[in-house]
Design a protein. Structure first.
Lengths: 221, 221
DNA sequence: AAGTATACTATACATTTGTTTAGTTGTCAA
DNA sequence: TTGACAACTAAACAAATGTATAGTATACTT
């Protein structure tokens, strides 16, 4: 759902407030900033919550949480994540970039619907090269021991790949990490672990969709 | 200034609360957790503030900020890296911590002489747990494919380890990554890759020195 | 022996803050 | 024209929360 211009103003103010001060504003602080009554501010917060931009922690003081971190109008009507330039300019120099951690990955062109962003993790920009990048927590053992369950893979969104690339693909409902090979008209998706099966598909098939290339692996032992 | 054991308990509770929930507890929540009256909790908060462990944002609801993230009794005259508190307080909340990348690792107690630090890389604090932490670029294939050459391993400095830990050890002049096993009085350092040899030493031997435990792996593909 | 710090009880006060009731005004679509 | 929504005023309510008053008990320090 789209925001009205007033709601946008208020949402941006809250985002800025939290970023600057580290904690959310109270209802009255929002009101005072826009010279409106607490009730008016309150209505806006409720509207923002209804539209899924904010979460309110019950009726707790300063209990606001931002749910939509980054909106980027790139290609098409879908908002894409991983491009927030504000974060790049922290303290003058771009050291880190907030990378969204994607919970659920769904089919369709617009890979990173905002609703699926579970949070963000700052990573040094040296590690993150590419426009549209996201993190995915690995579940299966298909790439073990190269990539282990619980690892985070850093993925650059792209719909094609080159021989030998490690890619994230969407097979049915599940996102899996596999190594990509193309021979003639056939595409092979090989796991590192022999107990998993190799997936073979025709080029151009729609059963399997390439979501992106793995450009990094992060493991917490 | 040192904390009393009770103050330590309360401080740790607040740290944990913030870490879990993302916002600080109220005075009463602290009190309820320890089954004491609000006033007693309040006194503790004031004591913690006086000792420089907390900051209270005026009289604001849930206005607590942790100031001391990690306490280090620095042993010796060496400046140690990875503890920069300014970076911990970026934008109010500790998102990243600058971790030193160690080029050369040398024997001797003070592991991280400043001269060997090649630079720093910011990492999210969720990944970095421990007082003295550094990054090391892996050269050999001894832990392949679990850890590959070119990977950065995140190491927590410690001179002992537990069975099954992946550790960084100093054998002669070279730092190597191995898996640690102790059986009876003998220590085994096993590579993941069978083509490398297992190192066996007597406990207490000075040929091999444990530098730290690997708590993370970072791979740029 | 007096003073100071810690750790606490019990109650009360005051502020901050979220929320409600009750209304007004303007816009835009059915 | 009616209805829904956005955006607001004005005042009040009530819950959460920080803080003060007043006091007890214990340990340690000078």
């Amino acid at each position: 759902m789209e925001l009205t211009s007033r709601q946008r103003e208020i949402f941006d103010y809250i985002k800025g407030f939290i970023k600057e001060r580290g904690y959310p504003p109270s209802v009255r602080e929002v009101g005072e900033h826009f010279h409106i009554y607490p009730r008016a501010a309150f209505d806006h917060l409720r509207a923002l919550e209804k539209k899924g931009y904010l979460k309110r922690r019950g009726s707790m003081s300063r209990g606001l949480e931002i749910l939509v971190f980054q909106e980027v109008e790139s290609h098409g009507p879908y908002r894409r994540a991983g491009l927030d330039e504000e974060h790049l300019r922290r303290e003058g120099r771009p050291w880190v970039r907030e990378i969204p951690v994607v919970g659920r990955v769904e089919a369709g062109k617009p890979t990173l619907a905002v609703e699926h962003v579970e949070g963000t993790i700052p990573l040094p920009i040296e590690w993150v090269k590419g426009k549209e990048v996201f993190l995915l927590k690995v579940k299966g053992e298909s790439m073990s021991p190269f990539i282990l369950p619980g690892d985070y893979v850093l993925v650059r969104s792209q719909s094609s790949a080159e021989n030998g690339d490690v890619v994230v693909t969407l097979v049915g409902e599940e996102a899996t990490v596999k190594r990509f090979y193309k021979k003639g008209g056939k595409i092979e998706l090989k796991p590192e672990n022999e107990r998993w099966e190799t997936i073979q598909i025709e080029e151009g098939s729609r059963e399997v969709q390439i979501l992106g290339k793995v450009i990094g692996v992060f493991r917490k032992c």
